[in-house]
Design a protein around this ligand. Structure first.
Ligand code: ATP
Ligand code: MG
Length: 398
């Protein structure tokens, strides 16, 4: 008997003695819940354990595993009876056993060298860079858990999947008996059935990755040539791209530079509900030079004017019949280097794909979702390169 309602994913996670346990799977299969339940039992029944839950950044933790653990505890009198304190500012739970569970993120692998732990949980592993994982794993005494949605192949497939000390489980929504009807309906809507195609909800790639929990094919991915890199000491030019959002979409701001024929990009803002005043304040906090060019989504002339009046060197992005296609083609000529702490950018690049026709053939139209930072990159890069494109009539750019 366990103190919670549990699923089969919990059973295999709880009883598996391997030092590394990876859950790859579709959305809402119960991966995060099951791992957290196992960690709670360990924290409550074992003395003086340190348990670290790591996410790619704090906002992702807050809407993911940190929120989930609070729901699990709220639903469990057993957990409540053993919990001594929940320190919200440190995102730390302390138990009667003397064990604690902390929720943290790390800037880089140097940062990840701080601290040791008994259990580690890397939530959404594909948002965590390998050097960070390696440092954390090395400082974990008993067991490491991880979960992710298989949007594309990443370092874990190469470095972890085949190891004998790694258990690799694949799951999907069918493994979760507690899934709510709306989520179930949304997931089933992706399946390319005739009804879903007629309703416009079918999406073969989403069905594969988020529905079935199978690895997303690389063929449809738009940007294959990208990697993590360090911001170069010298560059030919640099500037900023800004995509406006508010309620449904986040505002995205990137800094981009060209050095040695490669593009270097860092994510500066990826946040909802920002007014133009908020954007201006944040840009000032980021110490952005007011003379630097900031190229913005031209669909919002009023916002551009407001930022201009607030003292920024803002310009509308170049729009035209083929501007999206052309912008993507331009970016694809470069190797892209993702610098600094840019987790949302890395996620967008991994998932950005072409629409496909009913035979699976890629159309030259990107799927217009979760691409705010990519759009912002497109704005600044096409703006900066325009004169040269005209000069060379579409030939070499930099
Ligand atoms: N043991 C459980 N008891 C009660 N509810 C559960 C349990 N397991 C899962 N659920 C419900 O199912 C939802 C999805 O589970 P969970 O968040 O663990 O999925 P996931 O596989 O981590 O999904 P994603 O890949 O989207 O992060 C939870 O938000 C919760 O509502
Ligand atoms: Mg999860």
């Amino acid at each position: 008997m366990t103190p919670f309602k549990t699923s089969r994913l919990f059973d295999c996670t709880y009883s598996d003695p391997n030092p590394i346990i990876i859950h790859c799977g579709g959305t809402s299969s119960g991966k995060t819940y099951s791992i957290l339940q196992v960690l709670l039992i360990r924290a409550i029944t074992e003395p003086e354990r340190v348990i670290t839950v790591v996410g790619q950044d704090i906002p992702n933790l807050k809407k993911g595993s940190y929120r989930d653990i609070q729901h699990i505890i709220a639903d469990s009198p057993y957990c409540q009876a053993h919990l001594v304190t929940h320190n919200k500012s440190d995102r730390l739970f302390e138990f009667r056993s003397g064990s604690l569970i902390e929720f943290v993120s790390f800037e880089d692998f140097q940062d990840a060298k701080n601290g040791k732990r008994d259990y580690l949980f890397c939530n959404e592993l594909n948002g965590i860079e390998y050097p960070i994982f390696a440092e954390l794993q090395q400082r974990t005494k008993i067991q490491t858990f991880a979960d992710f949605n298989p949007t594309a192949e990443f370092w874990a497939h190469e470095k972890l999947k085949m190891r004998p000390d790694v258990s690799w489980y694949t799951s999907n929504f069918r493994h979760n008996p507690f899934i709510d009807p709306k989520t179930l309906n949304d997931i089933k809507g992706y399946e390319p059935t005739p009804e879903n195609i007629a309703r416009g909800t079918a999406d073969e790639w989403r069905w594969k990755v988020y529905g079935l929990g199978e690895l997303g094919r690389l063929e449809g991915v738009i940007f294959e040539r990208w990697d993590f890199g360090a911001w170069p000491a010298e560059h030919q030019w640099h500037g900023y791209g800004l995509d406006f959002g508010f309620t449904n979409d986040p505002t995205g701001l990137v800094e981009v530079c060209v050095s040695g024929g490669e593009l270097y990009i860092r994510e500066l803002i990826h946040e909802h509900a920002m007014t133009n005043g908020d954007i201006s304040t944040r840009m000032a906090q980021l110490a952005i030079d007011r003379r630097a060019e900031v190229v913005c989504d031209s669909a919002e002339p009023k916002s551009i004017e407001e930022l201009y009046r607030l003292g920024w060197n803002v310009h509308p992005a170049i729009k035209g019949a083929d501007s999206i296609q052309h912008g993507i083609d331009t970016l694809k000529r470069y190797k892209l280097n993702v610098c600094g702490n840019s987790p949302n950018l890395a996620r967008e690049l991994r998932a950005y794909r072409w629409k496909v026709d009913r035979n699976g053939k890629a159309l030259n139209v990107p799927i217009d979702t979760d691409n705010h930072l990519i759009d912002a990159i497109r704005y600044i890069v096409t703006y900066k390169l325009k004169p040269k494109i005209i000069a060379s009539q579409g030939g070499a750019l930099v």
